[in-house]
Design a binder for this molecule. Structure first.
Ligand code: HEC
Length: 396
């Protein structure tokens, strides 16, 4: 039974990832829709609507039906008996994300979270550090919002602080965790802020407003203002977070020397592009934001470009023998790819398995240098070059 454990864990990983994507789409999709809706509303012309306190309406056609959503400036004259709340999307995105993080990273922290060349720590310390990073990330953000409060001037100050804060937090993550984990942790930390905003402020604020209305009192506008401020933050966090989540699959980003800068530039580009789309909904498209956002992405392509490695010029050296290759694999790979532990179902503990997975070995250990994971077994550049000469001489 025990031999099935890695296989079953891989299934957990796959199913959680699938679910996380689905609820993530539901959440971000609803967020995109409401931001678009809010910015596309036009003042009503119908007298009854105006008298009822409708501040904006919109006509749309979708899936064979016509829709006419209306937004009330404060609240409808009479609260409807059934009110749909949007929150399960956010909560389930966080829960599935956290479980996926636990399965993929926390169960194997010394391999997945730690890169000894970046910061040497034990697996347990890394687990605590990652959880602390998520928790502290929210506390600091929340403190920034509380200290400055709400209002036009305060909103600007908060926004400026948040830009600096996200840059510092990205830098810090890249100094503590392995590159791949650092990108994910930064995304997860911002996503935690977004969900906590919904959980601790936006939904409770709305509940308080409804409560005072039910008691026949005028609701305190602070709840609306606070919810709005945090909701705007969430809007600009969406694209950076999605980038940080998918960046995990691209070693060219997180294995680069300036990986923290790459993370910051790509997330800033994403936030600017989101800014452009929001302005476009309002019919005031901010093209400089779009151009600057794309400019940051292009700059990053240059910054992340690999230096020509000596390996590329060594084609003429004599190819490594199979026994040399086998020694390297035994020393650097087999600990994590054998009969007991076979990460990603890859075993490298026999001649045949090495031969038959030659291309995979070349890709992972020479081209992308993802393997050995976070170079846990300290493979040398010379050894990588030997693997390359062997592959080039024998490639299928
Ligand atoms: C410290 C543990 C460790 C070492 C050492 C290690 N690997 Fe891996 N390997 C992993 C883990 C963990 C995964 C799964 C990565 C993931 O989930 O994306 C993996 C995945 C792989 C994959 C599958 C990649 C894919 O996504 O298809 C290949 C191929 C691989 N390793 C080859 C190697 C080679 C070659 C070496 C030696 C040069 C090596 N590994 C050393 C931990 C290790």
């Amino acid at each position: 039974m025990e031999y099935l454990l890695p296989y079953l864990l891989d299934w957990c990983n796959l199913l959680l990832r699938w679910l996380h994507l689905i609820v993530g789409i539901a959440w971000i999709g609803a967020s995109f829709y409401f931001v678009w809706l809010d910015n596309s509303l036009v003042p009503p012309t119908d007298k009854k609507m105006i008298d009822d306190g409708v501040s904006g309406e919109l006509w749309a056609v979708h899936g064979g039906g016509f829709y006419n959503p209306q937004k009330y400036l404060n609240a409808p004259p009479k609260l409807p008996s059934h009110l749909h709340w949007f929150y399960w999307e956010a909560y389930s995105a966080w829960l599935t994300g956290f479980l996926l993080f636990a399965v993929a990273y926390l169960l194997n922290p010394s391999v997945m979270l730690v890169d000894k060349n970046i910061f040497d720590m034990s697996g347990n310390v890394a687990v605590i550090a990652s959880l602390a990073y998520l928790g502290a990330g929210w506390l600091v953000y929340d403190a920034i919002c509380r200290i400055f409060g709400v209002g036009d001037k305060a909103d600007k100050k908060v926004a400026l602080c948040l830009v600096i804060y996200v840059i510092l937090a990205s830098y810090l993550a890249c100094q503590i965790f392995s590159g791949r984990a650092a990108f994910l942790m930064t995304g997860a930390m911002i996503a935690t802020i977004m969900v906590a905003n919904v959980f601790f402020w936006i939904i409770p604020g709305q509940k308080k407003v409804i409560k005072s209305m039910e008691m026949g009192e005028a609701p305190d506008p602070i709840h609306g203002q606070r919810g709005k401020q945090r909701s705007v933050h969430n809007t600009f966090f969406t694209l950076p977070v999605l980038f940080a989540m998918v960046s995990n699959h691209y070693s060219m980003l997180y294995n680069s020397t300036h990986h923290w800068l790459i993370l910051v530039l790509m997330m800033s580009g994403g936030a600017l592009i989101r800014f452009y789309f929001v302005s476009r909904h309002k019919n005031k498209p901010n093209y400089p934001a779009l151009v600057f956002g794309i400019f940051l992405l292009i700059i990053t392509i240059f910054i992340a470009a690999p230096a020509p490695s000596p390996a590329n010029t060594s084609a003429s050296t004599t190819p490594a023998s199979f026994s040399q290759v086998k020694t390297i694999i035994e020393e650097r790979c087999v600990v994590c790819h054998n009969g007991n532990i076979a990460n990603k179902n890859i075993r490298l503990d026999s001649d045949e398995s090495i031969q038959s997975q030659m291309t995979l070995i070349y890709q992972q250990a020479v081209v992308t240098k993802i393997m050995p994971m976070n170079n846990a077994t300290s493979i040398t550049e010379d050894e990588r070059r030997l693997l390359e000469t062997w592959y080039k001489a024998n490639q299928p």
